[in-house]
Design a protein around this ligand. Structure first.
Ligand code: AMP
Ligand code: ZN
Length: 485
């Protein structure tokens, strides 16, 4: 039974979907003004684990992700420049060119990290009519008002606004003091923009006609409308990074429930941030950490996924190359151990043992997606008394969720090792010119041949004969070496 921590109720809850056997899942997609950094991708990796684990558990999942290509301003509130416009100016391209380019880059990175493509991917600019419909209804119901040319959501009309409790109007006021200009049009400090016609940045490139004037949508309305468009009025799970909880998700709940007149989403999953040693990860400060940068430094993207899985999604995680190197070493050791499982032809899977191993794996993920325990379940497989076919079947099964190329890389590793051993066996020995040394070398080779033929008595006899002459043999992975006693 899957238990998930629900940020809206602040506790771990048994997951029960609206419709038995089916799950609707919405994920806030990227703002496509730049490459995704590996922090963004931590969130998408952990959401991918949820998506894949739900499917593994037998649910039919429909997952929707938006692409934010308009309306996300530099502050997550209603101030600052549109991020897309900023990207377009930086690269002297149009907003749509920027959007297309970085959307493709995002999905290319996601593929490298084995993040499953959502069933529906919807750019905000494709849904303007849907936004207008919902905003018009909110005005009609008295939840929205016009001021200074913009349309605002009136948070004072709600019984409860701060759903995630981590923020209060006091915190918001601090945000305002920290140099964000206060918008004098707002009736209440927490009100937010649904539709802009007037903003400090009159040069907004993308504008649409609407009953409220020519303008563009706010960021929050995008996710509410795109979710409702594809997943209906009752959503099972909504996910995002923790920074999305406020104001973005708080505003999504406010406007969706005001529009629908009933509860909208049952479970909220938030992934904590990936930070650097010096604090918050950023696209402008310090080294811009992308998947391509990691690749250029020789890391397999799958190692980054493994690094993320080693910790729980509700704990913030510190990225450093040292930490990533530790994950890479652990990963390589794990792969080497799996590679040692040599499949025997015709060996049958021991079903009962396989089920017991699967149960351990599932109980780890059932507990609010404890991925580090799920990795421990792989070591349990290696230690178990099951036969090789069963062990390999269990590992293949777990990897449909973890997706860190376990058997693929183990088989590649085993093939590489076999190649090395073959090359070593085929090297023609060049004997020493010194007759005494040559005799020792020949004896070593004769001993190796005896061992290969399983004639251990002969091998031991040769070793003893050399020892009697004061020559000590040492067996290493690379072959046998000798020294004088
Ligand atoms: P954005 O492209 O800025 O809209 O963000 C995409 C996703 O990444 C959102 O779900 C954010 O909450 C999430 N996110 C942003 N920064 C981080 C970070 N440092 N660590 C983890 N997730 C993040
Ligand atoms: Zn969103």
């Amino acid at each position: 039974m899957l238990k998930l921590y629900n940020s809206a109720t602040h506790r771990k809850e048994e997951f029960v979907p609206n419709e038995p056997g089916k799950v609707s899942m919405y994920t806030c997609g990227p703002t496509v003004y730049h490459f995704a950094h590996i922090g963004n991708l931590r969130t998408y990796i952990m959401e991918d684990i949820l998506d894949r684990y739900l499917r593994y558990s037998g649910y039919e999942v429909k997952r929707v992700m938006n692409i934010t290509d308009v309306g996300h301003l530099s502050s997550d509130g209603d101030t600052g420049e549109d991020k897309m416009l900023k990207g377009a100016k930086r690269e002297k391209k149009t907003v749509m060119e920027i959007a297309r380019y970085y959307t493709d880059c995002f999905f290319a990175d996601a593929e490298k990290l084995h993040i499953r493509r959502p069933d529906v991917i919807e750019p905000a600019t494709q849904c303007i009519d849907d936004f207008i419909k919902v905003i018009s209804a909110l005005i009609e119901k008295g939840f929205a008002y016009e001021a200074g040319g913009n349309i605002y959501f009136d948070t004072s009309k709600l019984k409860e606004y701060y759903i995630f409790n981590d923020f209060s109007s006091e915190d918001l006021a601090v945000g305002v003091r920290e140099g964000v200009e206060e918008d004098g049009n707002k009736r209440n400090k927490a009100d937010f923009v649904l539709w802009f016609t007037k903003s400090k940045f009159e040069d907004q490139e993308l504008k649409w006609d609407s009953p409220f004037g020519v303008g563009y949508p706010g960021w929050h309305i995008e996710c509410s409308c795109i979710s409702m468009k594809h997943l209906g009025e009752r959503l099972d799970i909504h996910c995002g990074g923790i920074d999305n909880a406020f104001p973005h998700h708080t505003n999504e709940i406010a406007q969706s429930e005001a529009y629908l007149g009933h509860k909208w989403c049952n479970y909220w999953m938030h992934v904590l941030h990936l930070n650097t040693d010096s604090g918050k990860m950023s696209k402008s400060k310090g080294e811009f950490l992308t998947v391509s940068l990691l690749e250029s430094k020789g890391y397999d993207p799958v190692v980054y996924r493994f690094f993320c899985l080693q910790s729980h999604y509700r704990r913030s995680l510190v990225f450093s190359y040292e930490n990533l190197d530790n994950a890479a070493v652990a990963y390589r050791k794990l792969i080497a151990r799996i590679a040692a499982l040599k499949a025997k032809q015709g060996e049958a899977i021991e079903q009962e043992k396989l089920e017991a191993l699967r149960a351990k794996f599932a109980s780890a993920l059932d507990n609010d997606l404890n991925t580090s325990l799920a990795i421990t379940a792989i070591y349990d497989v290696l230690k178990s008394d099951a036969n090789v076919a069963t062990k390999r079947a269990a590992i293949a099964d777990f990897d449909t969720v973890l997706c860190v190329d376990l058997l693929k890389n183990a088989d590649a590793y085993a093939a590489e090792e076999a190649k090395k051993a073959e090359a070593a066996a085929n090297t023609v020995r060049v004997y020493s010119d010194d007759p005494e040394i040559r005799a020792i070398e020949e004896a070593i080779d004769a001993r190796a041949a005896a061992k290969k033929a399983k004639n251990y008595a002969e091998a031991d006899r040769i070793r003893a004969e050399l020892l009697a002459k004061g020559i000590v043999l040492t067996d290493t992975a690379q072959g046998t070496t000798w020294s004088k006693a």
